[in-house]
Design a protein around this ligand. Structure first.
Ligand SMILES: C[S@@+](CC[C@H](N)C(=O)[O-])C[C@H]1O[C@@H](n2cnc3c(N)ncnc32)[C@H](O)[C@@H]1O
Ligand SMILES: [Zn+2]
Length: 288
């Protein structure tokens, strides 16, 4: 497993990504395979070009790549993402409050790691909405970690990050053994599109593990069997929120059960977060 690094080419720096990473990547527009071509990645099918900045392939779909989106749903999402950035700056200021907050986050993550047995993970692992990719430290040595985020943070050294979105994952069919989604379902534009994409990039028998903040239970929680099938997950977050939708625990469960079999759910001990581990359903994408 080689490390990607810039290489000199005709006096200019050219892309040089690890070959095992290139075999996982795909064009976010047409899912064609990508190859290095001088300073960019080029799609073998539609010839779209994607830059690589500081080792991070820029694989946003066209609807987002050309600056501020005009599509109303993506425009609303982009506004929430700006507010998320502002919230991050306000919250992670190195002060005492930030340290207390970090301790709470770490405790929830430790419970999630145990619930999903991440220490037993193997193979290729995709972290959707990776942020700084902190969770990678919980994976056994030998896992191939890839983080994807529209705002990848300069994280722990050596992590492979990709700039992209979950609704148009820039990866090939059946590329990953495990997909992680931590605290991201309520920030993405469409959780349903995200689920469909995760199914596409997971190997048969692959696993999805989700950690998610949930709002207080609603009336739906009292009548889950009766109402589950008639309700769509999520409700819009307030217009000034850093989230796009609000989810309660049944919402998250319904979302995963719509796509995956064997959903195993748990809750963080302080109550406001859920953990779910799900396995791919063979018949969901035409498998045997
Ligand atoms: C609350 S942060 C969680 C970060 C990290 N997973 C963690 O637990 O620390 C939510 C992340 O989702 C990312 N995000 C927002 N919309 C997304 C989308 N459509 N696809 C993938 N990631 C998205 C944000 O940029 C942000 O990094
Ligand atoms: Zn293409």
């Amino acid at each position: 497993m080689g490390n990607g690094h810039p290489a000199e080419h005709d006096g200019r720096t050219r892309v040089s990504l690890p070959s095992d990473l290139l075999t996982l990547l795909a064009c976010p527009e047409c899912r064609g395979s990508l190859a290095e071509d001088g300073l960019t990645l080029i799609c073998a099918h539609c010839a779209s070009r994607y830059p690589v900045t500081n080792g991070i392939p820029q694989l946003l779909p066209a609807v987002l790549a050309a600056g501020a989106p005009t599509d109303p749903a993506w425009k609303a999402w982009a506004g929430a993402l700006d507010r998320l950035l502002a919230w991050r700056r306000r919250t992670w200021d190195g002060g005492v409050r930030a340290q207390t907050f970090q301790r709470a986050v770490s405790e929830i993550q430790a419970e999630f790691i145990r619930h999903c047995r991440l220490d037993e993970a193997q193979g290729s692992v995709l972290d959707v909405g990776c942020g700084s990719g902190e969770i990678a430290a919980a994976l056994p040595v030998g896992c191939r970690y890839v983080g994807v985020d529209p705002l990848p943070l300069p994280g722990t050294s050596g992590l492979q990050m990709i700039r992209g979105v979950g609704e148009r994952l820039p990866f090939r069919v059946a590329a990953f053994d495990l997909v992680l989604v931590l605290e991201t379902l309520d920030h993405c534009q469409s959780p349903n599109a995200l689920m469909a994409e995760i199914l596409r990039v997971l190997k048969p028998e692959g696993r999805l593990c989700v950690e998610q903040y949930v709002t207080a239970p609603r009336w739906r929680e009292r009548f889950p069997r009766l109402l589950r099938r008639y309700t769509a997950p999520g409700r819009p977050a307030p217009a000034d929120s850093a989230k796009v939708i609000l989810l309660d625990a049944p919402d998250v469960r319904v979302l995963l059960e719509s796509a995956f079999a064997e959903v195993r759910a748990g809750r963080a001990s302080q109550g406001s977060h859920v953990f779910l581990a799900a396995r791919w359903r063979r018949d969901a994408s035409g498998g045997s």
